[in-house]
Write a protein that binds this ligand. Structure first.
Ligand code: ADP
Length: 470
């Protein structure tokens, strides 16, 4: 078995196996070890045993370990990129970006420290805040960005002294298993454990009394289940959930210039991005022009197996998502006008033609729900107040973009958008030192930045009087 679990420093076969499908063909191309509950228990116990020594090791030594992991990943960069495209479907260039980002994240978060802070110091004494690791952290990751999302959890969590049980999504377990193989050679036993399931162990992880925190990225529905089952042990939670981000185009732009940016924001990773543009709002004066430009881009986009040179949009990652997106598109056909795409490609694999739909009511599923696929509704608006209200009329609040030649005007709109991040004239710019997270039902907590690192620790206040009071 090439892809194994990592438990207590050893690569082990699973109690059973899991077939992994190449979404570009729809056929099984690899198998991976699959854990049972007993193996999950072993992994959690190993992480618990490893915690005291890892926490006591000190930041610099942990940073050195993370740098070694980054070096090892760099050494197998091509293998990671190809495997990521194979299991996830994204074009190779996007895999390269993701794997490169993961390596950089290991180095960046390894470098950051959370030193003892002095809140106040007087001649009578001082008040300090110490940040201590939590214990065993579970990283539960989804299938859209299996590598970078793992590393956004693993790198800060380990850097500040936690140990970890990582569980990838069952349809994209291989890159996480490959990372486990590297970690087996580098990390002390138990510091990182990799468990692969078939969507059956997540609940056990989130309810387990020896896990101190769950850092979860996935759908809002599953996030709610995580929160529910974590309640019994009052676990710390970071939840990065779904979004339905609005792209608001202001009336001062050039349609030809802005359309490719908005198209890319909607179609990157075949739209399977929590922060993808999922609803486009265009001013009435430019509505036809923007619809036409987006439709043209959709018709011209190269949709192909991500391993093939020139592929711009790959397949959907799994059959369930593919069927869901096709269903949403079918419903949109009845309510609006499809001006590009609108169907699956006539080939094997989970390919859907990039789809642009205009003239939909705000109540359409493609507008209200998170489609998570290469299909975008273009909606018309008349006033800024109206478009802000419609953009905010959502249970989600993850990201959003504003497109304008007047950055100050863009800022004024951005100030009124209810979400965790708003970009003006750019998208997906997410430096590691900038916190990221959701408003409303898009999540709880932050990742990245010092805010994100702090979520892998607890604050302890030490309040010292220099002398025992008389
Ligand atoms: P999707 O619904 O798009 O398949 P999910 O949000 O369900 O994605 O999956 C994200 C991650 O959550 C995956 O690793 C999945 O195995 C895991 N998961 C699924 N159900 C649960 C659960 N009840 N508790 C914890 N994790 C879960």
């Amino acid at each position: 078995m090439a892809y194994r679990l990592l438990i207590d420093g050893k690569l082990v076969d699973g109690a059973s196996t899991l077939d992994v499908i190449d979404p570009a063909t729809g056929a099984v191309f690899e198998t991976c070890a699959r854990a049972d509950e007993a193996q999950l228990e072993q992994a959690i116990a190993a992480a618990k045993r490893a915690f005291p020594a890892w926490a006591a090791l000190g930041h610099e030594k942990r940073r050195d370990y993370l740098n070694q992991l980054a070096d090892a990943m760099q050494g197998r960069y091509d293998e990671f990129c190809k495997l990521l495209t194979r299991e996830q479907g994204k074009p190779l260039a996007q895999s390269q970006f993701e794997v490169g980002g993961a390596i950089a994240a290991l180095r960046y978060f390894g470098e950051q420290d959370l030193p003892l802070e002095t809140i106040r110091e007087t001649e009578d004494g001082k008040i300090l805040e110490q940040r201590t690791p939590l214990g065993v952290v579970a990283a539960i990751t989804p299938w859209n960005f299996p590598v970078i999302l793992l590393m956004m959890k693993l790198a800060p969590a380990l850097s500040v002294g936690n140990t970890m049980v990582a569980k990838p999504a069952p349809s994209t377990p291989l890159t996480t298993a490959l990372f486990g193989e590297l970690a087996a050679e580098i990390l002390p036993p138990g510091v990182l454990n990799v468990i692969v399931d078939a969507n059956d162990l997540g609940g056990k992880i989130t309810a387990h009394s020896d896990i101190a925190k769950v850092s979860f990225t996935g759908s809002t529905g599953t996030g709610k289940r995580v929160m529910e089952s974590a309640a019994g042990t009052l676990k710390r939670l970071t939840l990065e959930l779904g979004g339905n981000d609005a792209a608001i185009i202001l009336d001062d732009v050039d349609a030809k210039e802005v359309a490719p940016k908005v198209f890319q924001a909607a179609m990157v990773n075949a739209g399977q991005v929590c922060l993808a543009a999922k609803r486009v709002y265009a001013p009435r004066s430019m509505y036809d022009a923007i619809c036409e430009e987006l439709a043209k881009l959709a018709r011209e986009a190269v949709v192909d197996d991500g391993l093939n040179q020139g592929a711009e949009i790959g397949p959907l990652q799994n059959k369930q998502q593919y069927e869901k997106v096709l269903e949403i598109i079918e419903e949109a056909k009845a309510q609006g006008k499809v001006i590009a795409g609108g169907a699956a490609l006539d080939r094997e694999g989970y390919f859907i033609a990039p789809t642009v739909v205009r003239d939909l009511p705000d109540s359409a599923r493609l507008v209200r729900e998170e489609q998570f696929g290469p299909a975008i509704p273009v909606l018309v608006y008349d006033t800024i107040e109206e478009v802000i209200e419609r953009a905010n009329d959502s249970e989600y609040g993850l990201g959003g973009t504003i497109w304008t030649n007047d950055a100050d005007r863009g800022l004024q709109v951005a100030l009124q958008v209810q979400s965790g991040t708003v970009w003006v004239n750019k998208h997906l710019d997410m430096p590691f030192d900038v916190p990221f997270g959701g408003a409303k039902q898009s999540g709880i907590g932050r990742e990245q930045g010092i805010d994100g690192m702090k979520e892998f620790t607890q604050a302890k206040i030490i309040n010292v009087a220099n002398k025992i009071a008389a």
